[in-house]
Design a protein around this ligand. Structure first.
Ligand code: M6R
Length: 609
């Protein structure tokens, strides 16, 4: 949420910053701005709207300077206007800041500053920070920032720049991700690695409470109390090509199509065919410890929460362990019953979602063992949990999560298999499960080869609708939730996911000839039940689109249209049934002219509460 990039080195900064912001735009895209310092002082350019608006403005007059900061915004305080766009400056106009997060005591500080004569231009909390630093500035930006941050409550990832010190960038992190990119005689600061990958793969992740000072001679990490901190330099193991569209019209389509590979990348190296189990050493738990857990809590948000529900079905069915799935935003504010015998699994693509991070911290505080299923290597959740599994799905840029979802389910399958084999699952059942997992990438590819069938369904049933229902049962109920979320977020069609049998307790009232109903109905343990639910919809004139297995003549006869998915074990069907639903929402959104990769009001990584 909000993208941050800063540069100091021999290159011209402005173009580099814009390029970096383009890669960060998925984090927020309601306005953007840059600031550079050159012989004429501080030059700031900013514009409301997509980054392209700012780019157009800069075309003729790219400011010169080899140090600068850039920001792409997702509004929290104040509307997405040019005035509210970052960077913001202090009263003197010589200090600029970009910020991701929320300064919770900004109104108190603002009032105090106003009483001392400060005049604010924007409605943002960030401008308050700039003024505070300006007031404390006595010729040393680093010290002024440190002093100001001691007065501030809330979350931030921020970078300051001053025309009085044209060779220094001062960054600080508390709650919002930041990393330093270490190049050859050049240094970067960014909210994730994507803007600096073409220059360097060496990065230093800042932890909460840390500041980084970047000069033309190097970088230094310290805390607010001035102690110097020695930090490990990490190497990024993915390359730029993976974070580019590579010929696809949208990141979302690219990421959907990558799933045969990304699912395999999650599973690879974990499957033990002979033993019919999974090797998950990253959990940092011995077999004895794994056996001793009495319950599991899975906590996550959005799509990751949906995969968590699938994990609940898997762990309960396979390992006979009681599982609760909690919205991270709720978990952290109630009084959850958690103890050392509870295993808490935090799921997050980005590893930066503020609510999930807070829930994991809360669980740790209460003595639970925490593990993370995270895609972004080196992200905060990944670093704070006791152990976990990296998804290795590759960078996911489209705001709608797709390949991360199937990889999360694959990772949950690995954990479930491991625990189940330690508890009660036979070696034979374990081997069957491993074999089924190994078949998934090829089966996903078979589905993707028939994407044009889904495109036709999208056009025939959903393109012009205002509402849609997604219904599934058992382990495909969360797939219904996920299908509905995908449609909502990128095509702005109101959609609801429901357990199919719950429909008759209310939503059935919505069904008429204008209501498309998507059933997820593979031939599984609840197949006969869902057939009855389809009958109920048809009896009321609803249009039924059903995901079924090959040869399901019963549903073929009832439904208005069907799409077949390959057979797999019941518990693994979500990995296959979710793919046509991703494609369905993608094609609907494209046909309605929506901005698929950057839907309105959303951001890829939600780093505020
Ligand atoms: O990065 P996370 O997995 O923690 O993100 C959680 C949600 O914000 C995310 O899944 C969101 O719901 C997506 N836009 C769904 O497509």
């Amino acid at each position: 949420m909000c993208g941050i990039v800063g540069y100091i080195g021999p290159r011209q900064a402005a173009g580099l910053l814009i390029d970096g912001l383009r890669r960060l735009e998925y984090r927020g895209y309601d306005s953007a701005g840059i600031a550079v310092v050159n012989g004429h002082g501080l030059k700031i350019m900013k514009a409301a709207g997509k980054l392209s608006v700012l780019e157009n403005e800069l075309k003729e007059k790219m400011p010169e300077g080899t140090i600068g900061i850039g920001h792409t915004r997702w509004a929290t305080h104040g509307a997405p206007t040019t005035t509210n766009a970052h960077p913001h400056t202090d009263q003197s106009g010589r200090i600029a800041v970009i910020h991701n997060g929320i300064i919770e005591n900004s109104s108190v500080i603002r009032k105090a500053l106003q009483q001392r004569g400060h005049v604010f231009k924007s409605e943002t909390d960030t401008e308050v920070l700039a003024h505070l630093v300006g007031e404390l500035y006595q010729g040393n930006l680093e010290e002024a920032v440190a002093s100001a941050l001691r007065e501030v409550d809330g979350a931030y990832g921020l970078v300051f720049l001053s025309s009085d010190e044209p060779g220094v960038l001062v960054a600080a992190r508390k709650g919002s991700p930041l990393l330093v990119g270490v190049g050859e005689n050049e240094w970067f600061i960014a909210s994730d690695a994507s803007p600096l990958l073409q220059y360097t793969r060496s990065v230093v992740y800042l932890d909460d409470g840390e500041m980084a000072v970047l000069t033309r001679e190097g970088y230094r990490v310290r805390n607010l109390e001035t102690a110097r901190i020695s930090k490990e330099v990490n190497q990024i193991d993915w390359d730029l090509a993976q974070s580019e569209r590579g010929g696809y019209p949208h990141f979302m389509l690219k990421e959907i199509c990558e799933q045969p590979e990304s699912i395999w990348n999650t599973l690879r190296g974990h499957l033990l065919e002979e033993d019919g189990t999974a090797r998950v050493t990253g959990l940092n738990l011995t077999d004895e410890e794994l056996k001793q857990f009495e319950r599991v809590i899975i906590t996550a948000c959005g799509t990751s929460w949906h995969s968590g529900i699938i994990g609940e079905y898997m762990l309960e069915e396979m390992a006979r362990l009681p599982v609760e799935v909690e919205y991270a935003s709720e978990f952290r504010y109630r009084n959850p019953v958690v103890d050392p015998r509870t295993l808490v699994i935090g799921i997050s693509q980005s590893g930066e979602t503020a609510d999930t991070l807070a829930a994991v911290r809360e669980a740790k505080r209460r003595g639970a063992r925490t593990i993370g299923l995270v895609n972004v290597v080196g992200s905060t959740i990944a670093r704070e949990v006791d152990g976990g599994i990296y998804l290795h799905a590759g960078p996911e840029v489209g705001v709608a999560s797709t390949k991360a979802f199937t990889s999360q389910v694959a990772a949950l399958a690995l954990i479930s298999l491991r625990i189940a084999r330690l508890r009660n699952l036979s070696i034979l059942q374990g081997r069957q499960f491993v074999e089924a997992l190994q078949r998934l990438p090829a089966q996903a590819a078979q589905i993707l080869e028939r994407a044009s069938e889904i495109e036709q369904l999208a056009d025939r049933f959903l393109r012009t609708t205002r509402n849609a229902l997604y219904l599934g049962r058992g382990v495909n109920f969360p797939v219904a939730l996920e299908g509905a979320l995908k449609l909502k977020e990128i095509s702005y069609i109101h959609a609801e996911g429901y357990p199919a049998a719950e429909m008759k307790h209310g939503p059935i009232a919505l069904i008429d000839e204008n209501m498309p109903v998507v059933f997820i109905a593979p031939r599984d343990a609840v197949h006969s039940k869902i057939v009855s639910n389809i009958e109920e919809v048809k009896a009321r004139g609803g249009k039924v689109i059903a995901l079924i297995n090959e040869g399901d003549s019963e549903i073929e006869r009832l439904a208005d249209a069907t799409f077949t998915i390959p057979e797999t074990l019941d518990l693994l069907t979500p990995i296959l049934t979710s793919i046509p639903l991703q494609l369905l929402s993608y094609y609907v959104a494209v046909s309605r002219g929506c901005n698929v990769d950057q839907p309105r009001n959303l951001a890829k990584s939600v780093t505020v509460e």
